[in-house]
Design a protein around this ligand. Structure first.
Ligand SMILES: Nc1ncnc2c1ncn2[C@@H]1O[C@H](COP(=O)(O)OP(=O)(O)OP(=O)(O)O)[C@@H](O)[C@H]1O
Ligand SMILES: [Mg+2]
Length: 179
């Protein structure tokens, strides 16, 4: 694959505000589930462990669907489901652990201090966070933020913002690896 599907090569440009700050590395409209799968595999190839990836977008945008695609790319065999009664699900991939956090109900859950959010971000794990707003001050600097918006019933608009120069370079590295 020569670059993520429909990348339209936006190139690094100032993306303005976004939870990760930083640079727009990917933007596509008309992303269907098949393309979401490819974007998930792209992420799976570029992560090395230690990454924090924020997933933003309204209910039903496809944040969990993207986690599922990334987990598949990392050869997670357990089913990926929304963490409904917990804040986090942890899946073992072949190479890395996938921490799947959903902070939608964080403010309703006990004392925030009992949940050491920052401990999920670990060198052998990639940490994916839906509804990250309430945890932003505790999670640390994000490597990527993904913004997903509804478009049609089966397509989405999707943008990826890299939070660091290293994350920008890493995004492009899958291409160099002949992905
Ligand atoms: N192109 C697409 N990308 C993502 N999801 C899609 C797409 N087309 C259809 N869908 C469907 O939309 C739904 C997205 O649900 P999902 O649980 O991933 O959303 P979410 O953003 O995690 O929502 P929530 O905020 O409730 O957790 C799924 O049923 C998925 O199959
Ligand atoms: Mg979800």
């Amino acid at each position: 694959m020569n670059g993520p599907p429909h990348a339209a090569d936006p190139g690094p440009e100032d993306a303005g505000a976004g939870s990760a700050g930083g640079l727009l590395v990917f933007a596509a409209d008309g992303v269907d589930l098949h393309q979401l799968e490819r974007i998930g595999r792209w992420f799976a190839r570029i992560v090395r462990g230690g990454e924090l990836i924020l997933l933003e977008g309204p209910l039903g945008a496809g944040k969990t669907a993207l986690v599922r695609a990334i987990a598949r790319g990392l050869e997670v065999t357990d089913p990926v489901r929304s963490p409904s009664f917990t804040i986090a699900n942890v899946y073992r991939g072949r190479r890395l652990t996938v921490n799947h956090l959903d902070l939608y109900r964080l403010e309703l859950i006990l004392d925030e201090d009992v949940l050491a959010l920052e401990e999920y971000v670990a060198p052998d794990a990639v940490t994916l966070v839906e509804w990250p707003e309430t945890g932003l001050d505790r999670l640390g600097e994000a490597d990527y933020a993904v913004m997903i918006e509804h478009e049609t019933i089966d397509t989405r608009k999707l943008r990826v913002i890299a939070g660091t120069a290293e994350a920008v370079a890493r995004w492009d590295s899958a291409e160099e690896a002949g992905a």
